[in-house]
Write a protein that binds this ligand. Structure first.
Ligand code: PLP
Length: 366
């Protein structure tokens, strides 16, 4: 008898990640060291030397289960951000926090709101629990929070907001975001996804952790995959009122974050210099890329994160550019699955990597 898959599961469009370097090396026949991956918003500087040292020293412990409560990481986060450790939950990537929010607060038939062109995982985790994903139309590629408010119904249980958003890189001004939180009924959980927060200048950051005392329905998710450079270890965290964290912990896999990831995250938090350098290299690289787009007369969406999406004539042209770049060992990301088929998204790399990307972007003869 065939195995019956629930309809809402069969309907999920699988997540499409950036092409791995090894796969491109195999398929195109270019040596791995010549390939430049600008497809997954990773930190081109790599990880903090503090984290590297901590990882090297941590291997003697890996025959044991990790600390399921993430004690040391929560202690470190609580000191830095002045939070109670009961306000913190550790995740296998911030993706885990997004999924835990859906698994904890959404059941079959509930509605989950997120924006058009917003991070693909919101739709997937909502559908995976039988929820109905509702897309709020965007405003010039940005979240339109008035549209969110007008779509709230009795069935709405969860709202995902990405700030900055991936793949558009747009940022919601903090005052607008706070007004929005004031207008969301407090029976609805709001997840504010700040995976790229470390790339923002201080003046642009929302005081989101400070807002937790006012909004008991707010969850903030943060990542160690982006500016901290720990994408391969899978670690992120969420902060919220202790009551929300407590119920999410019931659903969480007991040992969801591995030992090495926890050790590396704690060490990374102690290296402010690495974050500052990452931000400044990103600012430099972003200017390199956007100057090139302007010189080539290519439209792009101004971005506050470590990537930027730029527009070609149509989907066919975008795919020709994508393939031309790939054939020359530069991996970028098509974003047709975000309803932006004529765009490509490029992550900001190191200066020479950006230059190589610009070289092949410029010499693509369509
Ligand atoms: C907006 C946003 N949120 C969350 C994530 C998930 O990141 P991670 O699970 O690596 O922390 C990503 C990854 O690309 C992202 O772009």
């Amino acid at each position: 008898m065939p195995i019956e898959v629930p309809n809402y599961i069969s309907k999920i469009d699988p997540y499409q990640g950036g092409k791995p370097i090894k796969e491109v090396a195999r398929e195109i026949g270019i040596p791995e060291e010549k390939i430049i991956k600008l497809a997954s918003n990773e930190n081109p500087m790599g990880i903090s030397p503090f984290a590297k040292k901590a990882i090297n020293n941590a291997s003697s412990e890996i025959h044991r289960y990790p600390d399921g409560n993430g004690y040391y990481l929560k202690e470190a986060l609580s000191k830095i951000f002045l939070l109670d450790t009961r306000q913190i939950i550790i995740g296998n990537g911030s993706n885990d926090i997004l999924e835990l929010a859906a698994r904890t607060f959404v059941t079959k038939g509930d509605q989950v709101l997120y924006s058009e062109h917003a991070f693909a995982v919101y739709k997937i985790v909502s559908q995976a629990v039988g929820g109905e994903g509702i897309e709020a139309p965007s405003d010039n590629y940005s979240h339109n929070l008035d549209a969110f408010l007008s779509l709230i119904s009795d069935k709405t249980k969860l709202i995902f907001i990405a700030n900055p958003n991936n793949p558009t890189g747009t940022l919601i001004e903090k005052k607008i975001l706070k007004d929005f939180l004031d207008n969301v009924p407090d029976r609805i959980v709001v997840v504010l996804d700040e995976a790229y927060d470390e790339y923002l200048e201080d003046s642009l950051k929302s005081d989101s952790f400070g807002w937790l005392k006012d909004y008991k329905n707010l969850i903030i998710s943060r990542s160690f995959s982006k500016a901290y450079g720990l994408a391969g270890l899978r670690i992120g965290y969420g902060t919220a009122a202790p009551e929300l964290i407590e119920v999410m912990n019931r659903v969480r896999q007991p040992f969801n974050v591995n030992h090495i990831a926890q050790i590396a995250a704690v060490a990374s938090l102690g290296d402010k210099n690495h974050i500052e350098m990452s931000r400044s290299i990103n600012n430099f690289g972003m200017k390199q890329l956007t100057d090139a787009f302007q010189a080539l007369d290519l439209e792009f969406i101004p971005s506050y994160a470590n990537f930027v999406s730029f527009k070609l004539e149509d989907e066919k042209t975008a795919m020709m550019y994508y393939q031309h770049l790939l054939n020359n060992g530069v991996i970028v990301r098509p974003i047709a699955n975000y309803d932006l088929p004529e765009f490509l998204r490029v992550s900001v790399g190191l200066e020479h990597q950006n230059n190589t990307f610009i070289k092949y972007l410029s010499n693509c003869n369509i």
